[in-house]
Design a protein around this ligand. Structure first.
Ligand SMILES: [Mg+2]
Length: 307
């Protein structure tokens, strides 16, 4: 889904893994898990759960392509009476664009079935004084849902100066030149930096793209500001997810399913849910995650070959 330029290739999962480990001090702590059970698909663990929280990139789709068999898998889980929700760090697009995309890929999610990190950030804006926000976001996706008066940060240095705080939503139109302008602006006058997508990278057809989290951690390293993050693995998005559950579902009957240890698995576990790592697509793309799990100590309850 990200349209950021692909700058690293699939076999560089090791590179991405090390990037995530290098920002670990800003991520929530991992809850201890005894070990991982291996299974082939979600069908094999369906009896253990009432609610399935599915990551998008790497579980539903890779770029603009649905992962084979997942549309049918979601329908099958629903026929068993399961609740299936999408929990995505896609913050650069309004909900209408996300829904249109899932529909185009063949999925039938209702409005309330999709929770994005964009929603988590926007829901928390009320906690901040009303101000003129400068936005890292692609203008081509429009102003739908975005705060009144917010400015798109592009190549005009004055916009960075005028902004009273910063929102990082999507990096598809971001550049090193713009990153330098934002870094200088934060040095000149430290301001709040709210990050709608904590991902460092995202899978696209050609490999991986750089995402807002990558740029936010660099700003934190270089300017000393402390960004506030609103997507997986941080709790704000899971707080919204909980409001969508049918009544009376205990946490151990909820599973977060994703392809990335440091976002989906860490976040799901930190919020008290069980977790399933998809090995066959996305971050690991078929490679064995055992070494990454051992060295990060981010241990999923299940490792699945495919969703
Ligand atoms: Mg993913």
């Amino acid at each position: 889904m990200s349209t950021g330029s692909a700058i690293i290739t699939g076999q560089d999962a090791v590179w991405a893994f090390n990037e995530y480990e290098s920002v670990r001090h800003r991520l929530p702590p991992m809850q201890p898990v005894a070990g991982s059970v291996r299974a082939d698909t979600l069908d094999a663990i369906a009896h253990e759960f009432d609610v399935f929280l599915l990551d998008a990139f790497g579980v539903l789709n890779i770029g603009e392509t649905a992962i084979p068999g997942v549309v049918e898998r979601v329908d099958g889980l629903r026929r068993l009476g399961k609740q299936v929700l999408v929990v995505t760090n896609a913050a650069g697009y309004p909900s209408s664009v996300l829904h249109a995309r899932y529909k185009r890929l063949g999925y039938s999610f209702a409005t309330d079935d999709v929770v994005s990190s964009r929603m988590a950030l926007l829901a928390n804006l009320d906690a901040h004084p009303k101000r003129r926000w400068g936005m890292v976001a692609a203008p081509k996706f429009g102003r739908e849902e975005l705060p009144d008066g917010a400015i798109f940060l592009e190549d005009d240095p004055e916009a960075y100066d005028e902004a009273e705080g910063f929102l990082m939503l999507g990096a598809s139109a971001w550049s090193e030149a713009r990153q330098a302008l934002l870094e200088q602006a934060l040095r000149d006058r430290p301001r709040d930096l709210l990050v709608g997508n904590p991902d460092l990278v995202a899978p696209v057809e050609a490999g991986l793209s750089r995402e807002p989290g990558h740029y936010a951690h660099r700003l934190a390293d270089s300017t000393g500001i402390a960004p506030t993050f609103y997507g997986k693995p941080f709790p704000a998005i899971f707080d919204i997810v909980r409001t969508r559950f049918r009544p009376g579902v205990p946490d151990h009957r909820v599973v977060m399913v994703g392809d990335t240890l440091h976002t989906d698995i860490l976040g799901g576990a930190a919020s008290g849910f069980r977790t399933a790592l998809i090995q066959g697509y996305g971050f690991f793309d078929g490679a064995d995650p055992a070494e990454a799990i051992a060295s990060s100590r981010i241990v999923p309850d299940f490792i699945l070959d495919r969703p």
